[in-house]
Design a protein around this ligand. Structure first.
Ligand code: BES
Ligand code: MN
Ligand code: MN
Length: 463
C-alpha cells in the first residue's frame, strides 16, 4: 500500500498524543464510581471514529454500558470487515504498586521497548490496540486506499463479561453483517516473531462463601471445637488439585479436546525460552499439571485458580478470632468442547459435596464463556498471514492463547463469520497488572499492518 509506512511515521506524534488523551479517562467498567468516565470514553471513541472517516457513528444504548458503532460502506458488493474492541479497562488497584499514576500516561523506555512505551491502565488492553484500528482507518480514508467496507463495534463491558454485547448482537444481526471479524485484543510472541492468535480459553468464574458458626468467636474459647471457616475453605480449595496438579472435580476433563501428538509437536516448535520465562517472573521453577509443557499448560489445558480469598481479621496487630465466614473468588479457564455452564454446575455440585458437616457452602456463579479455536487453512487466516508477511517480512506463527474473550465464540455462532485475532501486545506489557504499558513500536507496527489485512482480504474474497 502506497505511503503506508510514511504516513504512519509522519503522523506518529499525533497518534501517540491522541492515544494518551484517551488513556486519561478512567473507564473502569467494574466500579460504578467511574460510570461518568466510562460514558465519556464512549463519546471520545465516537468522535475519534468520525474524525477517522466513518460515515456514520452512533452510541447504541444497552441495558449496561453503550456500544459505539460506526461504519463506512463504500460499495455493497465489496466485502465488509467488522472491527471489535473494548474501551473499558480493568481496575487499577493495587494503586500503590504503580510507578506513575495509572490514568496519567507517561512514556518510558524499557528493556523490551527501547523506543519507549506508554504506561497507563488500558494502554495495551485494549485502548491502545483498539485505537490502532481507528488510525489504520484514518490512513485508508485520508489516502483513498480503503479497499472494502468497514464497521466498528467497540464495547464498554468486556472486562466484566460482555453481557450487553450478547444482547446487542442478538438484536442487530443485520446491522452487524460482515465477512470477517477483526480483533486486536491479544498478544504476539515477540517483536521479531509475529504470531496470530488461533485460540482462546473459555471461562467459568465463581465466588464461594463458607459459613461456620453464626457469629465471630473467641479463638481460645471455641478454637478446636467448631469448624473454622477459613481453615476449612482453604482445605477444600487445596483438595481441588491432586498431587499431579490435575483438577479433582468429577467430570471436569470429560469433554476436553485432547491434541494429537502431531499437534503437540507442532506447538512445541514455537520459539520459547523457559529460562527467560522464569527470569521475567523471578521464579526458580515453573509449576503446573504433570505431563504438559509450560506453553501447553497455559493454552490448551484447563485450569482452576483462586483469584482472591478473604475472611477474618486482617487489620493491624493481632485479634484472636474465629470468623463466621470465609470467601474466595475462583476462575476456571476452559478449553474447546468444555461447556462453561456445565463446568460451573460440576464445580458447584462438587464443592457443596466436600463441605464438612458444621459448615454451609454457597456457590455464586459470576460470568463465563466458551473457548475458541480456529483452523488456519481458511481464506481469513491466509489473508492475515499475508498481511504479516508483508509487514514483518516473515510468516506469522499460529498460537493458542490462554486468555479469554468470551464473546468471540458467540460471534461465530451468531454472525456466522470467522474471527482474526491480530494481537500486538507482549506478555511483558503487564495487562491487568500495575504498570501496564504498550510499546510505541508495537502500536505503530499495528497501524502499519492492519491496512494490509484489508488489502489482502479484499483481493482474496472479492467477487
Ligand atoms: N484482552 C484480554 C484477553 C486476552 C489478553 C486474551 C491477552 C489473550 C491474550 C481481555 O480483555 C480479558 O482480560 N479477558 C478476561 C475475561 C473477561 C470475561 C473478564 C480474561 O481473560 O481474564
Ligand atoms: Mn482486552
Ligand atoms: Mn482485559
Amino acid at each position: 500500500m502506497k505511503n503506508l509506512d510514511k504516513y504512519v511515521e509522519e503522523n506518529k506524534d499525533r497518534f501517540i498524543e491522541e492515544l494518551i488523551d484517551l488513556l486519561k479517562i478512567p473507564s473502569v467498567s467494574a466500579d460504578p464510581a467511574y460510570k461518568k468516565d466510562v460514558l465519556n470514553t464512549a463519546e471520545a471513541v465516537k468522535n475519534a471514529l468520525k474524525e477517522a472517516g466513518c460515515d456514520s457513528v452512533e452510541i447504541c444504548e444497552t441495558p449496561g454500558y453503550p456500544i459505539v458503532f460506526g461504519e463506512k460502506i463504500i460499495d455493497k458488493d465489496l466485502p465488509t470487515v467488522l472491527v471489535y474492541g473494548h474501551y473499558d479497562v480493568q481496575p487499577a488497584d493495587p494503586i500503590e504498586l504503580w510507578d506513575s499514576p495509572p490514568f496519567e500516561p507517561v512514556i518510558k523506555n524499557t528493556k523490551v521497548h527501547p523506543e519507549g512505551a506508554i504506561f497507563a491502565r488500558g494502554a495495551c488492553d485494549d485502548k491502545g490496540q483498539m485505537y490502532m484500528h481507528v488510525k489504520a482507518l484514518e490512513y485508508m480514508t485520508k489516502t483513498g486506499s480503503l479497499p472494502c467496507n468497514v464497521k466498528f463495534m467497540i464495547e464498554g463491558e468486556e472486562e466484566v463479561g460482555s453481557e450487553s454485547l450478547g444482547w446487542f448482537i442478538e438484536r442487530n444481526k443485520e446491522k452487524l453483517a460482515n465477512d470477517v471479524i477483526l480483533i486486536s485484543d491479544t498478544g504476539m510472541i515477540a517483536k521479531d516473531t509475529p504470531s496470530i492468535t488461533t485460540g482462546l480459553r473459555g471461562l467459568s468464574y465463581v465466588e464461594v462463601e463458607l459459613t461456620g458458626p453464626n457469629r465471630d468467636l473467641h479463638s481460645g474459647l471455641y478454637g478446636g471445637a467448631v469448624a473454622n471457616p477459613i481453615n476449612v475453605l482453604t482445605k477444600m480449595i487445596a483438595s481441588l488439585h491432586d498431587e499431579n496438579n490435575h483438577i479433582t472435580i468429577p467430570g471436569f476433563y470429560d469433554k476436553v479436546d485432547e491434541l494429537s501428538d502431531d499437534e503437540r509437536a507442532k506447538m512445541a516448535e514455537a520459539p520459547f525460552s523457559i529460562e527467560k520465562y522464569k527470569e521475567a517472573l523471578d521464579i526458580e521453577d515453573v509449576y503446573g499439571e504433570k505431563g504438559y509443557s509450560t506453553n501447553e499448560r497455559n493454552s490448551i489445558r484447563p485450569t482452576l485458580d483462586v483469584n482472591g480469598i478473604w475472611g477474618g481479621y486482617i487489620g493491624e496487630g493481632a485479634k484472636t478470632v474465629i470468623a463466621s465466614k470465609a470467601f474466595a473468588k475462583i476462575s476456571m479457564r476452559l478449553v474447546p468442547n468444555q461447556d462453561w455452564q456445565e463446568i460451573t454446575e460440576l464445580f458447584k455440585k462438587h464443592f457443596e459435596s466436600i463441605a464438612p458437616k458444621g459448615t454451609r457452602v454457597l456457590v455464586k456463579p459470576h460470568h463465563g464463556g466458551q473457548a475458541y479455536v480456529t483452523p488456519i487453512d481458511t481464506v481469513e487466516y491466509q489473508a492475515a498471514s499475508n498481511a504479516y508477511k508483508e509487514s514483518f517480512g516473515k510468516e506469522p506463527i499460529p498460537q493458542r492463547s490462554g486468555g479469554s474473550i468470551p464473546i468471540v465464540a458467540l460471534f461465530e455462532k451468531q454472525l456466522k463469520s470467522k474471527t482474526i485475532l491480530m494481537g500486538f501486545g507482549l506478555d511483558s506489557d503487564a495487562i491487568h497488572s500495575p504498570n501496564e504499558h504498550f510499546g510505541i513500536w508495537n502500536y505503530l507496527k499495528g497501524i502499519k499492518t492492519i491496512p494490509l489485512f484489508y488489502k489482502h482480504f479484499t483481493e482474496m474474497t472479492k467477487k
